[in-house]
Write a protein that binds this ligand. Sequence first.
Ligand SMILES: Nc1ncnc2c1ncn2[C@@H]1O[C@H](COP(=O)(O)OP(=O)(O)OP(=O)(O)O)[C@@H](O)[C@H]1O
Ligand SMILES: [Mg+2]
Length: 616
Amino acid sequence: MVPPQRQQLSPGRRRPEAASDWRLYLRLLRYIVPYWYIFLFSLCGYIVYSLGSVLLADLMQFLLDALSETVSPKSGIVAGVAYKLFDPGDTPPLEFARVALPLAAIALASTRAIGFFVGTYFMNHVGRNLIHHLRCELFNKMMVAPSSYYDSHSNGVLISKITFNVEQVTGGATKALKIFVREGLLVIGLISYMLYLNWRLSLVFMIVAPFIALVVVAVGRHFRRYSKRIQNSMGDVTQVSSESIGAYREVRIFGGLAQQEARFYSASQFNRVQSLKLAFAEALSTPVIQTLLAAALALLIWFALSPENLAGFSAGALVAFLTAAGQLGKPIRQLSGVQSVIQRALAAAEDIFAQLDRPDEIDEGDLRVDRVHGEIAFENLFFSYPGTDQTVINGISLRILPGQTVALVGRSGSGKTTLVQLLARFYQPDSGRILMDGVPIQDYELANLRSHLALVSQNVSLFHDTVFNNIAYGSMVEATMEAVVAASESAYAHQFIENLPQGFDTLLGDDGGGLSGGQRQRIVIARAILKDAPVLILDEATSALDNESEHRIQRALENIMQNRTTVVIAHRLSTVENADCIVVMDEGKVVMTGNHQELLAQGGLYAQLYNQEFTD
Ligand SMILES: Nc1ncnc2c1ncn2[C@@H]1O[C@H](COP(=O)(O)OP(=O)(O)OP(=O)(O)O)[C@@H](O)[C@H]1O
Ligand SMILES: [Mg+2]
């Protein structure tokens, strides 16, 4: 089975990459701005490192001139400095060099080492901060994404974005940044030194530069393409695993083992193939560049050893020059090798930025109310889910008075859950209005609107935390033990919680693992009760309970429903008989309203559903 997003990836998609690459770089660099002083510090470290490396090459001239006993202040930069600092007086040059050379070598090497440490550590500091901020920003962004975003992305793919994709950028932000700055500076240093020694000869070496650039660019393009595919396939791998782990019972009972294994295999296989292609390009580019460099070096030696060149060059200077040229190999190789990391980072950054640029949930209202009265009105509401053309809410008008208990009933798929989701502004209606206390709900600040709603949704969601924290969640974190106990008593949950190994401090597994379905539901009801919001929405809140618990919760809820507006959605009509008003929905429309007796007397859908339940 091929997960859909892979098919959308056209392998040959060629876009003008250069321009957008720069935009990507610049955007990533913006995360560095707050740490510019650390970045600068690190840069200084690397400059010291690169200077140290260059001067170590320069030391060769000192050494060779000392061997041929021609050492003088002109035997390179280090020699010049040594002569200036410690006037040798009458000391024979060889004696002077014997002391000065090792001392210079130690001084240079240790300065270079300090430069390396400062550069590396502080560059990591910058990179890690970048990643941390990027990851948090991505997570925060996902927390405020509109519901439709979650409908159209699998959890696995989203998790993979936060984990894998961000980690890909880490490679670019730490390793690549480091190598880029360090080796880049080294190359600049070495080339400047070579130009300083003999610019004409240096130009010979430069002949290969365009060829190297060509290889780097060509390979880079491949890197990017494969990186994107690897990234997407990691999304698939995460998705298949999280799905299979979550549904391990279904997988086993329905004999889906082979199927899941095959899906996982194909996702992982795709990943393997793309990774190998990347590795191929990566492994090929280094030796090609190395060969080019060797050719350049050969050419250089050929020119350098020509009689007219030798005339203007001391043996020491020539060796120093060749040492510097030879030293160029490593940084250039590293710079081209880091390409794959950079391309991977850019591919990931592109995806992350695309996520960051998505619109948030619409939150344009600024009305804040301490506590609403709980009057709710739906006015001629139409809605279809984004990306579908089925009209799920088809012209609903309904008025719920403060303190009223309204039951929404109707066949499965008639739009009951959708209606309350619209009230909580999880989606925007296509037309029509929803009013809370006479004010359109989009005029409220989103968080304020939701603070007035306590929702027990159809899918119970618990957190990997203690029972207490699961009840006193979010805005109720400050709740006292008494309040939590009272809420759990009302939800008929207190007794079983007390019987748990650590009572309220028992840690729940993922999504309430370790509790029965009904127990989970009661914890969620307790959470809603504790919130004490003016509007309480119970969507199939008692569906997993036995008759007795349901009956008791029903009674407890009756007290709680007293001074608040309550919307109850229930399949079992016996549980909503006492509602002030029962709204019967069918195919996105309100087909009947009234109390139990009136509706029964009217006959029609309600009576039909009721009788069905009764005979069942
Ligand atoms: N996220 C979604 N994206 C697209 N369509 C959806 C989505 N959620 C629900 N639907 C569709 O909207 C219609 C109404 O769904 P809704 O969940 O409101 O029904 P319901 O009355 O709550 O049903 P039930 O009693 O089974 O809970 C269904 O046809 C369903 O297929
Ligand atoms: Mg529903």
